[in-house]
Design a protein around this ligand. Structure first.
Ligand SMILES: *Cc1c(COP(=O)(O)O)cnc(C)c1O
Length: 360
């Protein structure tokens, strides 16, 4: 019997993750490959987070705490909200899915930028919603155009800030203008996966809107600066009303016990976060300068990656770099995204890029 699949699902393209190092080494027989493709913290997690993992192993036969009380309490204290304003996810990816399932009925609209985190469009399409896609303006979210794109059918509006893959940020006053226009039937999703890397003083206080009881949610994650991408844990900060609805669709044990414990320890290690941010700052500025001397001009970035036009097929350069054992990310056209790694990794990437360009 033929499978019956909704055309919306059939239209999706499976998400292509950054190539794992082992795969490249196996496929091309390249030893010592490096991965600068998924915006991971090259320093790894806090040693404190690693240390607590062994404590959990004795209770792995037990289900996790479905309410994640300790971690939610710690996050609530940190951000001056109440624990019922905190929701955890198996990565913040999962919370995006929960938001879509909770608020979007078939045919409803979700506004998002043209070049942004691909998961939004994937989830909205899978839920038979309509992604309303607004082109970037000078590499940034065009918030006035996004506000205009809101209709009575809009349920979600995604602001990825800093934006992935561009690294660009929208400033506080632009977000204020957006929030002055967006009606209450729209939940504004501030996806701030790179929040801890931001140094600009103009970055918006998106959590302030949540505290004013606006229909907004701030998504953050332990996958990026906290270095725990493999454990899968992220969180949302929002109103008790919105968590109330999200919790109706949330799988009860979506935050596993190892992740809960490690995240709690990681949250307490501010020194590790500061060290990671400082390394990123120093190296991002060096890589930017070096790319500049090769004739490239990366977009301004408040995250831990640079996005730049290579002036010819990005795919070709991406593949040539793979053969040098350097994994970056090609998203579309002439653009490449490179994650800031350890100093020696960045140096190797720059050298590989020079070699590839020289060969033509
Ligand atoms: C990495 C990333 C996330 C989160 O990932 P999780 O690992 O699922 O927490 C969310 N949004 C953006 C824009 C990201 O780049």
């Amino acid at each position: 019997m033929p499978l019956k699949v909704h055309p919306d699902i059939a239209s999706l393209v499976p998400y292509l993750p950054g190539k794992p190092i082992e795969e490249l080494e196996r496929e091309l027989g390249i030893p010592r490959a490096i991965k600068l493709a998924s915006n991971e913290n090259p320093l790894g997690p806090s040693p404190k987070a690693l240390a607590v993992l062994t404590e959990v192993t004795g209770t792995l036969n037990r289900y996790p705490d479905g309410g994640a009380h300790r971690l939610r309490r710690a996050l609530a204290d940190r951000y001056k909200v109440t624990p019922d304003q905190v929701i955890l996810g198996n990565g913040s990816d999962e919370i995006i899915g929960l938001l879509v399932r909770t608020f979007l009925s078939p045919g409803d609209e979700a506004v998002m930028a043209d070049q942004t985190f691909v998961i939004y469009k994937m989830e909205v399409t899978a839920a038979h919603g309509v992604p309303v896609i607004v082109p970037l303006q000078a590499g940034r979210h065009d918030l006035p155009a996004m506000a205009k794109a809101v209709t009575p059918k809009t349920r979600l509006l995604f602001v990825c800030n800093p934006n992935n893959p561009t690294g660009t940020m929208v400033a506080a006053e632009d977000v204020a203008a957006l929030m002055a226009q967006v009606p209450d039937h729209v939940v504004v999703v501030f996806d701030e996966a790179y929040y801890e890397y931001v140094v600009s003083r103009d970055f918006p206080d998106s959590l302030g809107y949540v505290k004013q009881n606006r229909n907004a949610i701030v998504l953050r994650t332990f996958s990026k600066i906290y270095g725990l991408a493999g454990l899968r844990i992220g969180y949302g900060l929002t109103t008790p009303e919105i968590t109330g609805y999200l919790n109706r669709v949330r799988p009860p044990f979506n935050a596993n016990s190892l992740a809960q414990r490690a995240a709690l320890a990681a949250l307490g290690d501010e020194e590790h976060v500061a060290r990671s941010r400082a390394l990123n700052q120093a190296e991002m500025s060096r890589v930017r300068t070096e790319l500049g001397s090769l004739g490239f001009q990366p977009l301004p970035s408040e995250a831990n990656f640079l996005y730049f036009d290579v002036g010819r097929s990005g795919r070709e350069i991406f593949e040539a770099l793979l053969r040098e054992g350097v994994i970056v990310r090609h998203i579309e056209g002439r653009m490449l995204r490179v994650t800031i790694g350890l100093p020696e990794e960045n140096t190797r990437f720059l050298q590989a890029l020079k070699d590839v360009l020289q060969r033509g």
